[in-house]
Ligand binder design. Structure first.
Ligand SMILES: C[S@@+](CC[C@H](N)C(=O)[O-])C[C@H]1O[C@@H](n2cnc3c(N)ncnc32)[C@H](O)[C@@H]1O
Length: 727
């Protein structure tokens, strides 16, 4: 922003002095004033707020966001935690109706009652004595990753994607990963399948933010996801290595579901990020439109015919929202359609997409309705053709009203925009590449204002380096270009679903790693059929024959294996043959870690992270435990075996020293379908036993097993099983 003209807030010292006398200080730190006259002028002009609601819209924007959260994780565990929250933390708030604090409110459109809103700000929840217990709980469960304090509107896109366990899912701009986590949860919705067929590829251009995502999604313990680091506008094709029955073919992956939660100016987040008030400029949207178009275009290219893509922004600006959708739909010539998904969000009020909007010229507060008007005024640098609305007839045909905008004052949320698209046919430029001279609307650089300085510095996430490694032909490429690309990438194919000759079996696929500049991740080495370490592991844990051990992997080829990870078959078939072009940041869950002890017949102990995945296959070394045992194991570091229940002691007796699996089955739930099983990775020593649950997760597990604390009395108590069925 520094290089652009200051906005009106910054214009005069007098203005600034006035602002400083307003409320809005935090300690000695001056909070930015929640004023921006250009913002008001702009959005009044665009007509995004219904008549008579403007003041309410603005006053809501000036208030802090209420606390919202969703319970994360897989269904039965999430439902169990919901029971705990209702009985232990919400019940004392029920009688507070009419008081200054409202009781927690269910977000009715979020599945399975797992998302809630408390109408106080983060600051207020900390300082309100009645909410103290709930706040402490939210902090600890957020830390252990079982609750996500996610903005309500940000939970919407994954719901609309309607992900099924067999789907191939691509999240193009995924970091820090709150929506990716939802996608992974949906993939694992059928808990009878430990390893779903589908997978999630989570991508982000920002390397550091990719690692934030690792932290966010690791706790979901899914073998079906991978994090990659590419520019989504040129997202490379990923080859899918064949299954045995497809011996001589391999395909580029196309996806059943694509999420394009694109970088945006973020003015829907003003309530959370007060800085936006000061920085907001209409040009930010203009600078981002181009990259948003390109991300959407690439997403549609990678989407299977019949697949669904959700485009979302946390911006209210039609230039980043309807303009992108409208231009891309026209370019797709009917092969992609906007879907009416409003009935998928029961109880959520959304505004229909705009059918007309304008471009604002801040210099003299003038408005332009079409690209022709901009051309006539000699201001083609102001906005590109694709930023303007189509004719009313075309807007009607495209059903732009099916886009959805969430206005902050309607439900006390942030602002948000969502469009659900379905691909009905192969894209026209893939069927017949469009020559640059075509009259069709294209994402043509010359027509789009490339305001890099705005997009890079004025937005929350506008850092968009260029990587031109995509395999599909670039926009506007002619046949000669395409031929050249074909020659260069002789094992790639421009077609969306190309079937190609397989690459030469690559004896050292990972040596290609060096080809990707700046990429430093350790390579991935999968177990061979006759992996020497496997036989010992298999015997020690009585692993069933159907466990796919060739999906185990390590991160170094030579020397002793340290950690052993596991991925699904589909992920393996991608990782193995793309190491020369895909920047894999992370994949696989840790199943085992090296632990060499003379008295133990196996050099690998189990890891808590992978316990749910291995459980159906690792059939011995299991011990059933009671609530009291859970308490003993989680509060004492190495309790003597004699301190365990008699049943557990009996089961421990015949087991040799080494890793074990503790099984806790909840018995006191009133809801048979909702009974919760908790598995703990444990260890049997000579005289004692233990779990490997990290300290910060122990509170969570105690709660899940029905054990609550009484901080006043300073010790743990067993909950006698009071679970209100309904709140
Ligand atoms: C709105 S945030 C995504 C939030 C994320 N979907 C979530 O729910 O946690 C936009 C993300 O896009 C990333 N980004 C920006 N330009 C990109 C590009 N060209 N390709 C891929 N990612 C990009 C940013 O690094 C940022 O993490």
């Amino acid at each position: 922003m520094g290089r652009n003209k200051p906005n009106k807030w910054r214009r005069g010292k007098r203005d600034r002095d006035q602002q400083q006398t307003r409320p809005g200080t935090r300690g000695n730190y001056e909070l930015p004033p929640k004023e921006n006259v250009v913002f008001e002028e702009y959005y009044k002009g665009q007509g995004i707020v219904p008549d008579g609601e403007w003041d309410q819209f603005m006053s809501t924007l000036r208030k802090e966001l209420p606390v919202t959260f969703r319970i994360t994780g897989y269904r039965s565990q999430a439902k169990r935690l919901l029971d705990v929250i209702k009985s232990e933390y919400f019940s004392n708030l029920v009688n507070m109706v009419g008081d200054s604090v409202q009781p927690p409110k269910l977000l009715p459109w979020y599945p399975d009652n797992l998302a809630w809103q408390i109408n106080v700000s983060r600051k207020e929840i900390r300082s309100t004595p009645l909410l103290k217990k709930l706040h402490t709980f939210l902090v600890s469960e957020t830390e252990s990753g079982n609750i996500s304090r996610q903005e309500a509107v940000s939970m919407i896109p994954p719901i609309l994607l309607d992900v099924q366990p067999h789907h191939k899912v691509l999240d193009l701009c995924a970091a820090p990963g709150s929506k990716t986590a939802q996608l992974i949860e949906l993939l694992h919705a059928d808990e009878t399948k430990a390893i779903p067929e589908g997978f999630v590829v989570a991508n982000d251009v920002d390397n550091k933010r990719c690692y934030l995502m690792v932290h966010q999604v690791k706790r979901l313990q899914s073998p079906c996801f991978m994090i990659v680091n590419h520019d989504a506008t040129t997202m490379p094709n990923i080859r899918m290595y064949p299954q045995e029955d497809e011996a001589n073919k391999f395909k580029f992956v196309t996806y059943d579901r694509v999420l394009a939660d694109v970088p945006c100016s973020g003015d829907g987040t003003m309530r959370k990020n007060p800085d936006v008030w000061r920085k907001w400029l209409p040009q930010a949207a203009v600078g981002l439109h181009s990259v948003q178009m390109k991300v959407l275009k690439r997403g549609l290219e990678l989407l299977s015919v019949g697949g669904r893509l959700v485009y979302s922004t946390c911006s209210l600006n039609p230039v980043e929202d309807e303009a992108v959708i409208s231009a891309m739909l026209q370019k797709c010539e009917g092969s992609v359609e906007l879907v009416d998904a409003s009935d998928k969000l029961p109880g959520l009020k959304t505004m229909p997409g705009l059918k007309s909007w304008k471009i604002f010229h801040r210099k003299d507060s003038s408005w332009f309705n079409s690209f022709e008007e901009v051309e006539a005024a000699g201001l083609t640098g102001l906005a590109g053709r694709t930023m303007f609305p189509p004719s009313p007839e075309v807007a009607e045909q495209l059903h732009l009203e099916r886009c959805m905008r969430v206005l902050p004052h309607h439900q006390n949320t942030g602002g948000f925009f969502i469009a659900v698209l379905e691909k009905r046919d192969v894209l026209p430029w893939v069927r017949t590449p469009i020559p640059p001279s075509s009259t069709a609307i294209t994402v043509n650089e010359s027509e789009i204002v490339q305001n890099d300085s705005v997009s890079k510095s004025d937005t929350s996430n506008g850092d968009v380096p260029v990587d031109s490694s995509a395999d599909l032909p670039p926009e506007g490429a002619d046949d000669a270009d395409i031929r050249k690309r074909k020659e260069r990438d002789d094992d790639d194919d421009e077609k969306e679903e190309g079937i190609l000759k397989p690459p030469e079996p690559n004896s050292e696929p990972h040596s290609k790693k060096a080809k990707i500049s700046g990429y430093k991740e350790d390579p991935y080495f999968y177990f061979n059929e006759d992996e020497p370490d496997w036989e010992k592991i298999k015997n020690f844990y009585s692993v069933s024959n159907d466990f796919p051990h060739t999906q185990l992997l390590v991160r170094s080829e030579t020397g002793k294996k340290r950690n052993i990870y596991f991925t699904s078959d589909a992920v393996k078939r991608m990782v193995t043959y793309n190491t020369d072009k895909i920047r894999f940041i992370n994949t696989g869950i840790k199943l085992m870690a090296r632990s060499e002890k003379e008295e133990v017949d196996c050099d690998f102990r189990l890891a808590q992270e992978g316990i749910n995945t291995i459980f159906p296959y690792f059939t011995s070394r299991r011990v059933h435990i009671t609530k009291e045992d859970v308490l003993t194991l989680l509060l004492q570091e190495n309790p003597f075996i004699g301190k365990m229940s008699l049943g557990a002691q009996e089961e421990l007796k015949p087991i040799s020293q080494g890793s074990i699996i503790f099984i806790f089955d909840q018995e006191d739930s009133p809801d048979d379908d909702n009974k919760c099983r908790v598995l703990f990775c444990g260890w049997k020593g000579k005289k004692s036993c233990r779990t490997f649950v990290p300290k910060h997760e122990r509170l969570h597990y105690l709660r899940m097993c029905g054990i609550t604390t009484d901080p006043k009395r300073g010790h743990w108590e067993l909950n006698q099983g009071k679970y209100p069925v309904c709140f």
